[in-house]
Design a protein around this ligand. Sequence first.
Ligand code: MLT
Length: 243
Amino acid sequence: MKVELSFSSAQFDELQLREKNIIVIDVLRASTTIAVALKNGAREIIPVASVESAVKISGSLFGEVTLRGGERNGKIIEGFNLGNSPLEYSETAVKGKSIIYCTTNGSVAMAKSRYARTLAIGSFVNLSTVTSFMQEENKDFNLICAGRINSIGNFSLEDAVCAGMIIQNLLKNESLSVELSDSAKAAHAISKTFGRSILKMLKTSEHGKYLIELGFADDLKICAQLDSVPVLPVLAGTVIKLK
Ligand code: MLT
């Protein structure tokens, strides 16, 4: 299995990701929120790359069974039902609902992966589930860190650490032959230093600090809980559902 890794989805377009096996990682908070929403009974998540697409797609469906969720600058988007805090995606709020989902980085990376052969969504809360899936598939994979569109280099420490820990799990499996790209080796090395205390790393990361300023400190605690939401969100057609 060859594992490649990108620290951001910025350099990709849909065609480059066509027919690839992809794991999109956006620990803070899109990947975590999607896992929580689907575990709490959401019917499906429809990732879109822009607010305009969200409004267009929801059209007349918007209402009882279709919700709009997501963020801009970490905050709920005007006219949307839900922001991007995993705490908002409770069973009462999302059970049976289709959620049109638009975030700054995570949903963009997911929308770009719409022609992938397989797309799964990874974060700390489902890290072992994602690793098992990759092991079972035993194919080449691209780990795509959602990164940060507005930050220099588009690098997010928390996504790199999560990707590095997935790689660490794969390397532990001696029956797998894993070949790492240079960036995958770098993420693996980074995770050895910063993966020791996930919550501390999240609290001191740039995006983590921003979310704390906005009053979302509790979100970081949820996002840090390793394997607490052991589900596998995957792309099925144009929507993300539980495998
Ligand atoms: C994103 O996609 O950029 C995020 O998930 C941002 C956030 O809500 O923290």
